[in-house]
Design a protein around this ligand. Structure first.
Ligand SMILES: *Cc1c(COP(=O)(O)O)cnc(C)c1O
Length: 355
């Protein structure tokens, strides 16, 4: 159990207009920090006013990118309660990311306690409007001041909170996706299964070039053969071919998404066949040409489900589901959003109330 000290902010910010929140633009009045020092362990857990961090210019994170993060949300239910969705999964993934980057591991129960305590303290900031939520961004970085590559001895863990708007103000709508042939996101033995800043730094160029061509996101292919589909932007990629769900296996290059896991759970529960296997882009394009690519969509915390309406690979464009949201994507979106916002029962015990 963490002993969390609270230093309240002297003044409170006005709450932003809930119809114009956007994503990641507004931050709440407080943040939570915990320090790690080799030989002492985790110490000084505290909730403090939101504000700049002071860093030594030699802090290892600024040079060698020893940094990891998480992303989850707090949702307001119609009764006004606030709830989290499977936060223990984020805690576990965070610890696995730390392990891969040789960083101090925050005990999973401390991670969940820290999230719960800060969200509870900032409860007024969880917006009420339909589809809105409070985005929770825990992160950790190496603070040891030393130039020279080695596992740092000191770390800082921080949680900041951001009220975010409805991802689909006009309703769920499909997007155009560019299949990336030049750049890769991750390879076996790398850090693909972790949420570490470096993976995202490496992805920006592909995303920027796709945006110039009029595409919302890229579909990443495997880093060795550029043959197998892996992820869509910062979301997991799911396909439905001839009535079967097919998605990439968790073999080290894919981020183990909590939305992905929840979707596969629901699909199996509904009796829809699910295959976690290597899926080549040629098989996807062939299915699209033959008319057996029923659906394609991305899964992730930000959008829940994001249907793909068009794929562009080597200059060939194919339309998916007539550029409409397919029935499986729609059913998954409704089921998950219903559980998360508390408008439907939670048969799997996935939600945790924040008191
Ligand atoms: C965060 C993330 C996902 C989705 O994970 P969720 O837990 O479902 O939000 C998928 N792929 C990448 C690369 C990610 O960073």
């Amino acid at each position: 159990m963490l002993d969390i000290k609270i230093i309240p902010a002297a003044t409170r910010k006005p709450k932003p207009d809930e119809s114009k929140l956007g994503f990641g633009k507004h931050f709440t009045d407080h943040m939570l920090t915990i320090d790690f020092t080799e030989g002492i362990g985790w110490h000084d857990a505290q909730i403090v006013p939101y504000g700049p961090l002071v860093l030594d210019p030699a802090s290892l994170v600024l040079h060698y990118a020893q940094e990891i993060f998480e992303g989850l949300k707090a949702y307001r239910t119609p009764e006004g309660k606030v709830q989290l969705f499977r936060p223990e999964m984020n805690a576990r993934r965070f610890r696995r990311s730390a392990e891969r980057l040789c960083m101090a591991e925050l005990p999973e129960e401390d991670f969940v306690q820290a999230v719960d305590t800060l969200v509870s303290y900032e409860k007024d900031w969880v917006p009420h409007a339909e589809g809105t939520s409070l985005y929770i961004r825990p992160f950790m970085f190496a603070t040891e001041a030393a130039v020279g590559v080695h596992p740092a001895r000191n770390y800082k863990f921080v949680i900041i909170l951001s009220p975010v708007g409805n991802y689909y103000p006009q309703g769920v709508n499909p997007v155009k996706i560019y299949v990336e042939e030049n750049y890769v996101r991750a390879t076996k033995g790398g850090m693909g299964f972790t949420k570490t800043g470096g993976n995202y730094a490496a992805s920006i160029k592909a995303q920027a070039e796709a945006a110039e061509k009029g595409y919302v996101q890229v579909l990443w292919l495997d880093g060795v053969e550029r043959k197998y589909v892996e992820e869509i932007g910062t979301s997991n990629a799911v396909f439905m071919i001839n009535g079967k769900i097919v998605t990439a296996p968790l073999d080290g290059t894919i981020l183990p998404g909590i939305t992905r896991d929840s979707c596969l759970h629901l699909l199996r529960d509904w009796g829809i066949p699910v295959e976690e296997r290597k899926l080549s882009i040629d098989e996807v394009m062939d299915a699209a040409r033959k008319g057996t690519l029923d659906e394609a969509f991305a899964t992730g915390t930000a959008a829940v489900i994001s249907p793909v309406g068009e794929l562009c690979y080597k200059g060939e464009k194919v339309t998916v589901s007539d550029f409409k949201t397919g029935p499986v994507a729609r059913r998954l979106y409704d089921a998950l959003a219903g559980i998360q916002w508390g408008t439907a029962p939670d048969p799997f015990g996935w939600t945790v109330e924040v008191k």
